[in-house]
Design a protein around this ligand. Structure first.
Ligand code: NAD
Ligand code: ZN
Length: 392
């Protein structure tokens, strides 16, 4: 028997840039990024825009065209920007992915072209996936437009769409060529979208950085009042912690450990059982609350720490109880608990769940006790829906 051993490394590197007014004529950030790869020739660029963003920023397509003519020595548009549906539906229905692949074919987008996606996390996930699989990988630049996509989903290496009623069932790990966070987009978010992404910052602060957690707590009233400086600070630190983590030990998640998914085992299930009425960030807030109470129930954190965290979510006006938490399967089990196994399947290997040992320190465990999960759901209900007739 003979073996040829293969062994190589591929280096990835990309910038997460912060700016204001990315398509203003004198803002050369995007031009500079595009000029890096195809020196001496003009890159072909296909823009894809979330229709929610296009509606809120009606001059965006014109701004892109003007920007392209100003910097025509560096890049040109492959076609007029393509609009895609904003929100989770773009990941639920494969036809959106197909339409984008059709465009890549029709407009002759090659591996040296760029696809620039402008939108919320859902659109970025779908477009990133299309870019990753067409021609086995087209360079792609993300311009995230929500708090959640600027501080978490848009700065990492994952993309994908939903299938079989499961989140992110089909997808790849494919680092972007660059990420551009433009704070001007945040002005047009409604209050729920503005709030939603804050839960990802609380998540990463709780498991990694107590100073960051306390700064979010101090700024809570400013965040509720939509203070942009406070939000920009939160987004920067949150993005930085995500980028550091991803670039650390296991960017492509070969192991079973996934600390950044603290609070997510139940969040993904709640998004699905509410038919995505619950936003990702809203589901994450409930998921964190549940795992924080669970951490308290098993004696990992104190009651005071648990209350401190729940109080922050309340200050930020998150709903921490929804009736779907009580939804049952025909065998009487909470539907929520099915989320545990689905989470394990998605990760592969042994179930690995992040809990807290104090504010700022996450600890992984390999089992969760169903009776205690039910007790934690009961606590959420008692605190946040005290007058209900149905109980767990
Ligand atoms: N790839 C990852 O690592 C990762 C990580 C976390 C979350 N996600 C995914 O991100 C998605 C959630 O993303 P999201 O929270 O950004 O929401 P979203 O993409 O669902 O967008 C929410 C809504 O806001 C609109 N919108 C976006 N930007 C706007 C703007 N500037 N002004 C006005 N409206 C705007 C959209 O059209 C949409 O209707 C989920 O699918 C989640 O699974 C991915
Ligand atoms: Zn998340």
């Amino acid at each position: 028997m003979r073996t040829i051993k293969q062994n190589f490394k591929v280096q990835f590197s990309y910038g997460v840039h912060f700016t204001e007014g990315v398509f203003k004529e004198d803002n050369t950030l995007l031009r500079d990024i595009l000029s890096q790869a195809n020196v001496g020739s003009s890159s072909k660029v296909l823009f894809v825009i979330d229709d929610g963003v296009a509606k809120a920023h009606p001059t965006l397509s014109d701004q892109i065209s003007e920007y392209a003519s100003t910097y025509s020595d560096v890049f040109h548009l492959a076609a007029s920007p393509i609009l895609v549906l904003g929100g989770e539906e773009v990941k639920n229905d494969k036809r959106h992915l197909q339409l984008l692949l059709d465009s890549v074919n029709e407009f002759g987008i090659c591996r040296h072209s760029y696809i620039v996606a402008i939108g919320g996390g859902a659109v970025l996930d779908m477009v990133g996936f299309a870019a990753a699989i067409a021609h086995r990988g087209i360079r792609h630049i993300r311009i995230p437009t929500t708090v959640l996509s600027q501080n978490d989903s848009g700065v990492g290496v994952k993309n994908g769409i939903n299938a079989f009623g499961k989140k992110n069932f089909v997808g790849t790990f494919a680092p972007p060529a660059a990420v551009i966070n433009d704070s001007l987009f945040l002005h047009t978010l409604n209050d729920a979208e503005w709030r939603s992404g804050i839960s990802e910052a609380i998540k990463v602060a709780l498991i990694k950085d107590s100073d960051f957690y306390h700064s979010i707590k101090r700024d809570a009233h400013k965040l509720v009042a939509r203070n942009m400086a406070a939000m920009q600070q939160l987004i920067f630190r949150c993005a930085e912690l995500h980028v550091e983590h991803i670039g650390g030990k296991d960017p492509f998640e070969f192991g079973s450990s996934r600390p950044l998914d603290f609070g997510h085992w139940s969040a993904h299930k709640l998004e699905q059982i509410t038919d995505y009425r619950l936003r990702h960030g809203e589901a994450v807030a409930i998921g964190i609350a549940l795992d924080v109470i669970y951490s308290k129930l098993i004696g990992m954190i104190s009651e005071a720490e648990c209350d401190n965290i729940l109080d922050l979510f309340q200050k930020l006006q998150f709903d921490l109880f929804i009736p779907e938490l009580l939804q049952q399967e025909p065998d009487g089990k909470l539907t929520l608990i099915k989320g545990l196994n689905e989470f394990r399947e998605h990760l592969g290997g042994q179930l690995t769940i992040m809990l807290l040992s104090n504010i700022g320190t996450g600890v992984e465990v390999n089992t969760l006790n169903e009776a205690l999960i039910i007790q934690a759901v009961g606590e959420l209900q008692q605190k946040y829906q005290p007058h209900s007739s149905t109980t767990v």
